[in-house]
Design a protein around this ligand. Sequence first.
Ligand SMILES: NC(=O)c1ccc[n+]([C@@H]2O[C@H](COP(=O)([O-])OP(=O)(O)OC[C@H]3O[C@@H](n4cnc5c(N)ncnc54)[C@H](OP(=O)(O)O)[C@@H]3O)[C@@H](O)[C@H]2O)c1
Length: 246
Amino acid sequence: MTTTQRLDSLRAQRAVVLGGTGSVGEHFVRGYLAAGAEVIVPSRTAEKAAMLLGDATFAGPVRAPVARVGDYTSFAGARDTADAIVAEHGEVDHVVVALGSWWSGAPLWNVDEDTFEHFFTDVTSAYIASARAWLPILPAHGSLQLVLGASGIVPVPGASIISMAQASLVMMRRVLAEEAGARRRIFSIVLGNLNLRRRGWSREDFVDADDAVRVSLGLAAGSQPSADVVLRKPDQARAAIREFTQ
Ligand SMILES: NC(=O)c1ccc[n+]([C@@H]2O[C@H](COP(=O)([O-])OP(=O)(O)OC[C@H]3O[C@@H](n4cnc5c(N)ncnc54)[C@H](OP(=O)(O)O)[C@@H]3O)[C@@H](O)[C@H]2O)c1
């Protein structure tokens, strides 16, 4: 089967992008929509869902995502969200998880408990809840894709709790992959600094978020087994696009 034929299979498929309202997640929303997939984006707030749906760039040939407002990050909320989406739309083939945001500002010994809870506990719990809820109901051809930051594999002074959270999620994927074996395909896409549409500027030494999406689509449409895919630099992204989409 050619790459085009493989990517064409996404036209008949359905993807959920958790964190699809965010700066990184919205690239995945656009990418899966452009590939022809139906895309559903849960959001904790009506405001963020409305902001995504109200984005004028969704007008035109590319169809808009479907938003669903409610808790999807607690264990119960993630399960209820997954059940409701499947009941309403049908089987979901791919789940992309791009949650949380950046923080830096103090060495670990000066990080207060609220900051720790917000950027470590809440974010890791949300990824865990997502994996628990979705992995058991994904089809074998589908994929669970965790979008993570390279601070999980390279220590970032001043951003300890982000580095530690991302590192724990890299390990979560590895453990899940061992536990699920060949029955599920689970990937991390570990990203360095990104060129993001919402930033309005770009740097040559940053990875284009749309290149990360191309890799994600290649993984979704392919049959590769579970893996970590590290895209810290643009040349790694180019190599991964060649590997996974050709
Ligand atoms: N920004 C970068 O340059 C960059 C680079 C490499 C990797 N990454 C990784 O990409 C992921 C997303 O980053 P981002 O820049 O897109 O962040 P963002 O703009 O803040 O968006 C993250 C989205 O996650 C959702 N979310 C759910 N639970 C959350 C929680 N407890 N805390 C914060 N957000 C939560 C929010 O959606 P709702 O409020 O609608 O539910 C939010 O829109 C992170 O894992 C990050 O490490 C980012």
